[in-house]
Design a protein around this ligand. Sequence first.
Ligand code: ZN
Ligand code: ZN
Ligand code: FE
Length: 761
Amino acid sequence: MIKRVRVIIKGIVQGVGFRPFIYRLANECSLTGSINNDLQGVEIEVQGLYDNIEAFLMQVKAQAPPVSRIKSMETRSMDTVPDEKSFSIKTSIITGNQAPEICPDISICEKCIDEMTDINNRRHEYPFINCTDCGPRYSIINSLPYDRPNTSMAFFEMCSKCKAEYNSHDNRRFHAQPVSCYDCGPVLYSPTDRKQKDIISYAISLLKSGKIIAVKGIGGFHLACDACSDEPVKRLRESKARGEKPFAVMVPDIKYAEKFAYLDKGSKEILLSNASPAVILQKKPDSPLSEYISPNINTYGILLPYTPLHYLLFHYNGPDKPHFKALVMTSANISSKPLIKDEKEFKKLNDSNIYDIISHNREIVNRIDDSVVGRCRNGLIFYRRSRGYAPFSMKLPSSNRQTLCLGAEMKNTIALTADDTCHISPYIGDLKDVDTFLYMLETMKKLKGIYRIRPERISCDKHPLYENTKWARKEAYDRIEIQHHHAHIASVAGEKQYFSDTIGVAFDGSGYGDDGNIWGGEFFLGNPLRYIRAGHLNYTKLQGGRTVPKQPFRTAISYLYQVYGKDFSDIDIPVLKTIDHETIRLITDGLAKDINTFQSSSLGRLFDTVSAISGLRLINSYEGQAAIELEASLSSTYAAYSEKGIYPYDINLVNDVYIIDTKPVIKAVIYDTESKAKISTISLKFHNTIADIILSVCRLLREKTGIRTVMLSGGVFQNRYLRELSDKLLSNSSFDPYFNNMVSPGDEGISYGQAVISSLL
Ligand code: ZN
Ligand code: ZN
Ligand code: FE
């Protein structure tokens, strides 16, 4: 008997070769009907024998294209259509209000690399080769549905050969929107030297001679130079005014990654995945990379070539050995400003160190930074979820009014909700910068348009000085203000879809507390709807306002003042010798007279203090440097938790809240520093102490409530050692610990946490 079924599929099903896949499958199963992209996803109708329809439905899920992601699939019986002869692909029509998910940009695929390196192929060494499995997506999209006229490829008219591939159902470029070739596609050029015929050779020769060049990529420009040569890397540091912040390094292939860093199976898979992020990997000794790539830390951020142009910079003219062992590929921007996406913006940079620009005429519609991920024993850690992974959609506990979630200020992302789905933007940046703030507004407008969301409410952080909160308070929307650390914990609850009461451990640099103090070492009891602050690190008065996170020595002196009063000049630690007396006096006077001071329970600041007291880092040249270097000083010791011991601390119950007194920790760190203990030992003991504090307080809270599920979030949980150790200790003591694996545990994850909470309000 002939039947007809309508199938609605939602998820990432546009721009990923889904329609040709369905077309082939329907023909294989001898079915007639049609497929159509609409704003919901794809809509398929198939008609044929019952068994054939069953076989078709089974294989849709089993054989879906590699980049697609099916979130839901609904089927419904229909009346049969008489005399239907074939299966057809309909042109997209726009119906419905809510948009499907956008496919992130995809790194070049193996098949395209094969064609590009085949001298007889018409796209031999063509720097814009792509197919339905690979190429730019989000970065070129103006609006949905994802069809060529809605992308920056609209500008290029397909030649007859490309058109034939695009229209041929059995071609691997069937409906690949960015398809192009030498005859019809974008071209490379150098804006300063337009006479250059062979741009790629030119770029390679510049890099070989130690020059820094800008290279247009997928979501913005990179600054590139030879990563094995000190001199250009040093110059690049000056150019970007980024102090000692590590540079990402691109290597020709996975074998080279393995030469420079330790790679486990999981890290390899991420490196080779089609998101192609930079992966944080432990350095190997004797690596030929310049020591200026990531000074004072034991890791590299390594990524593989993800555009055809990147690939050609290493392998042009098919050399046996790649032209470079490694290239620095760092985002081109002035620090804390948005990524540069066109040549006009370069003019503002006005940097004589950048020798030339390698550009092309395919417009970047949406900027997007490289993603940065790390791996630890309990899964993926996102340091930055962006190109290849974003924008992305997450589930919410409840359907509610459409809401715009503004995230945190420093590592901002925004989120838009519709029904029970939350769409999260790529990484935006630090909103204290005016241009970044404008970029946030631009992203908001763009995503509202793409997803067709008209928010009726705003949710934002409680911090009265956050630029986005100030903006939200001026807007006429309904507004929900959410405590920063509550949002951190809710982001884990959302990821794990677990909304009952839990213990929450929120450790980070800083967030605005309900009492107006700066929090960051918090224990909560509750769920996304309500929470109580059940414990926290003791308050310490810090002096210096916004300079505090940049100057760990300042925090250290505030801590010394808390422990010893004004009387600590006889202590024999490096910070007191390096920082001049006058500065120290100004800080202690400020503390005594409450000038520019605030109370902090932040663990991030305690990390800064230990880093400064032990003499490791007194002034940060980039955000979080003191804490990152303290983790790095553990090097490969990763010794057992009990081996090197822990520092003493006290827990006091005050008004039913557990207050962790860290003064004994400070005294013990001073003692170890005076006794010339190795920094790695101090660091290990300190990390072990924090994990022990987590375990002890969780035990006390479990005794009180019986709750044994623990959610841990906040920037501190980007620290791999601490994350793995607290996971192990809690698991061994019969707790169920959960960490972020899908959104960043840092402030990039706040917008999603806000969305989770708002959906319940
Ligand atoms: Zn491809
Ligand atoms: Zn063409
Ligand atoms: Fe935070």
